[in-house]
Design a protein around this ligand. Structure first.
Ligand code: DWN
Length: 412
């Protein structure tokens, strides 16, 4: 997009987008740096967030090529969170029971990662198809017995699958619809691939939770969109799909909604409940977002002051979770090795690398007990309970965790 042309809404094409937050130019959140790359210049891209007054979609401006985001060195594996695995299992078992799925059904997951969710359907003898362009994750899925197409999903792949005789009874799209540059092609593809009485479930963190928790760190280049029931409903209707159910998971990824879509208009009472709540809160209007930047500046200021104060008092500080959100936080706030000595992460693919931008070294979680830093900044704050349970010994020895949002604070 040339600088002079107005950005168009990713959903409805409206040309009057209203920018309400600029996080500057930041490196790609999942582009963890190897030792050899430390001296190389990292690609940085603007991170500006806008609201569409026509369809209420919140979105970032500008696109980064998907291959840069999800193929070259994509290190996110879903199976490193017990909480997410349990959530996914509940989701699968609920669908199997509610839709009476069996050996004649087909369940398709878009962005199936390492098979973390589809494995539950395979265990029940239900045919599945994973769609995952990241090679290492696709390898892990196929090793787990999940047939996987290694490409990005869109209307073209949907047409190819239908022409080969495959239509889906269930399409699952968790943490992916927010990630696609061609949003309408993606939704049109799901509608085309879906059986007439089929169900699509889409999960993403909700934009109102992002604003209420000041979770600006969940804004990064792979997250093109930040959805509400209002914007999902408008997007779905454009492709002949009805928003038929909304389920809420406040403790997943900082507040996730699951939207169930179908070709039949059969709205559950949860739809009106959530839409009315969003309307009442003002999620469909610019005023809801216009002071968000001030809140972000407050968190940046207070977090930096907290860390600098602890360091001035001679404390040692580490961090937990080489998360994409952690990359946004350390780069926007400016948290380098002057404040934080290292980051720990359970994902073995991330260990030995460095955070993008500020180059915090990433180590195995055992380093917390080896080094016993005085404080640990929870970059993966969305898994605070799971991590604190896992690191009980660190806290028993006197270590303290810090959460960065909605207000930076040392946990007791
Ligand atoms: O959209 C996305 C969100 C939903 O998940 C993906 N594109 C990328 C990812 O974002 P993230 O990297 O911020 O997500 P997580 O899952 O919050 O990252 C947690 C990090 O913490 C992972 O690197 C795994 C790690 N972890 C750990 O080391 N020990 C996680 C848990 C639960 C643990 O016990």
């Amino acid at each position: 997009m040339a600088d002079t042309e107005p950005a168009l809404c990713r959903s409805c094409g409206h040309d009057g987008l209203q920018t309400f937050l600029s996080l500057g130019k930041t490196p790609l959140a999942d582009a963890l740096v190897t030792e050899e790359q430390l001296t190389e210049e990292e690609a940085v891209f603007p991170l500006d967030v806008a609201f569409c007054p026509e369809c209420a979609l919140v979105q970032i401006l500008g696109d980064v090529p998907p291959e840069m985001l999800f193929v070259d060195n994509y290190l996110y594996f879903s199976s490193f969170s017990d909480h997410l695995l349990a959530h996914s299992r509940d989701h699968a078992l609920g669908l199997i029971e509610r839709l009476d799925l069996g050996p004649d059904s087909l369940v398709v997951e878009i962005a199936s990662n390492d098979g973390y969710l589809l494995r539950n359907f395979v265990e029940h003898g239900i045919p599945v198809l994973g769609i995952e362009p990241a090679p290492d994750q696709a390898d892990a899925a196929e090793t787990a017995g999940i047939p996987t197409r290694r490409e990005f999903f869109g209307i073209e792949l949907a047409r190819e699958l239908v022409e080969s005789g495959q239509k889906a009874d269930v399409i699952i799209a968790n943490n992916v619809m927010a990630h696609v540059p061609d949003l309408n092609g993606f939704v049109a593809g799901m509608a085309h691939l879906l059986e007439d009485d089929g169900v699509i479930t889409v999960e993403n963190p909700s934009v109102d939770e992002l604003v209420e928790r000041c979770a600006f760190d969940t804004i990064y280049h792979e997250h093109h969109c930040y959805f509400s029931c209002l914007s999902v409903s408008a997007l779905a209707a454009r492709h002949g799909l009805s928003l038929n159910r909304v389920d809420s998971f406040p403790d997943l990824h900082g507040g996730t909604l699951r939207w169930s879509l179908g070709k039949k208009h059969e709205p559950h009472v949860s739809v009106a409940r959530h839409v009315d709540a969003e309307t009442e809160a003002g999620v469909g209007g610019y005023a809801y977002y216009e002071h968000f930047a001030d809140e972000v500046n407050r968190v940046e200021r207070d977090l930096r002051a907290l860390l600098e104060g602890l360091k001035a008092d001679g404390a040692t500080i580490a961090a937990y979770g080489a998360a994409a959100k952690g990359a946004t936080l350390v780069n926007v706030v400016g948290i380098g090795t002057d404040l934080v000595d290292f980051v720990v992460d359970r994902n073995t693919h991330k260990q030995g690398r460095y955070m993008p931008g500020t180059h915090l070294p990433i180590r195995p979680v055992e380093a917390l007990l080896e080094e016993q830093p005085d404080y640990v900044l929870l970059l993966a704050w969305n898994f605070a309970e799971e991590i604190r349970n896992q690191q009980a010994e660190y806290e028993r020895r006197g270590g303290r965790f810090i959460v960065p949002v909605p207000t930076p604070e040392v946990l007791s």
